[in-house]
Design a protein around this ligand. Sequence first.
Ligand SMILES: [Zn+2]
Ligand SMILES: [Zn+2]
Length: 430
Amino acid sequence: MAAANASYALPPLPEYTLRPQPSLFSWISDEAVAGALPVIVYWAVSLFYHVIDVYDVFPQYRIHTPAEVLKRNHVSRYEVFRDVIIQQIIQTLGALALGWWDDLAQVGKTDYDIAWYAQKLRLVQRAVPVVLSAVGVNSVALAAKVAASHPAAAGVLRGGLYAGESMAPAFASWELTVANALYWYAIPALQFAAAIVVMDSWEYMMHRMMHVNKWLYVTFHSRHHRLYVPYAYGALYNHPIEGLLMDTAGAGFSYLVTGLTVRQSWFFFSISTIKTVLDHSGYDFPWDPVHWIFPNNAAYHDIHHQSWGIKSNFSQPFFIWWDRMLGTMYTGDIKEKYERQRRTAEQKLAQEEENRGKTLAVEMTPPTATAVETAEDNARPQQISAPRSTRRKASSISQSPADNFKGLRNKMNESLHGKRANVLGVESSH
Ligand SMILES: [Zn+2]
Ligand SMILES: [Zn+2]
């Protein structure tokens, strides 16, 4: 048995030489991609939602009506756009700083790492005969019985002693297969899961703190809550300090503590960005696969944006276990509340339309019905193709001559809405 005993020696780990990892694309560093990707996916997904908003493609899946978008938000689309851009500049600088500060990615160690996992598997197998004998099974006899038909199983039963290893210890092929699966799939999956847990925890704690502490709420977080009817690109509409503390630092912390590589972070940051945009999209699609996977979704987060739900549903962006565990999940009936908000917004629009009609009728001479109609048409030259009558009515009301940013805002609306300028525009004075 001398030869057999000698083969209990562990298969050796290969030598390796580390070298800096070249960027995936020659024209941009991996760190710069990590900074740019979240911005690109943010606007790509937002643009999709903006288009279905403007053309009202899925009215049946809207959480709020267009009248609510117009009447209930306390911030203009231009201000939202501007502040999101500011936050994204800070976020990109943060990502670049992290890339600069973090160790340079190295390659050349893959075979070594896979062999390291295989070696640990071999060590675990040494416990098999001990465990089996504890329950009265003679593993050596069993191994002899199955050796011919199942050589790999016999090797495991012998505690990691494989036939043919007497000359030089080597890994069994199944050990290398499992080690490869661990290295390429299981460990990254665990890292992603851990990053999700860290990010969810960070966001929940910071978010709840922003609501519990009055000063923090008034100074920073109340800005995000000017959106009572969220829309996709309003997802990152925050005070810059809040954006830095909650989103940028949370993402950086998740990345660092879970040891994600820069390329893994491309996926993680992109997924978390997309998730945040979806949660503010204002659409509750029944066939959205992202919402099947993650219980935190647009309908869930929308409750937090309502005046009656603001003290609940703090969890974001992936799961809701913190709300569940700490009893901050909204449990009341929401149907009637949403209905009431819809009715109020519609009535407000109708009332304003009526008042406007009266004013114009007085101004017109002679005050004939035809003249009033003509005047109204002139007053809203950009609404002809707006898809809903409620929007047509609303957009005419939303023009405000007192807006300091009118010029810029109009430019924004032109670029975002095309000919439907200001279809969904709102004023900050509401
Ligand atoms: Zn909040
Ligand atoms: Zn929000």
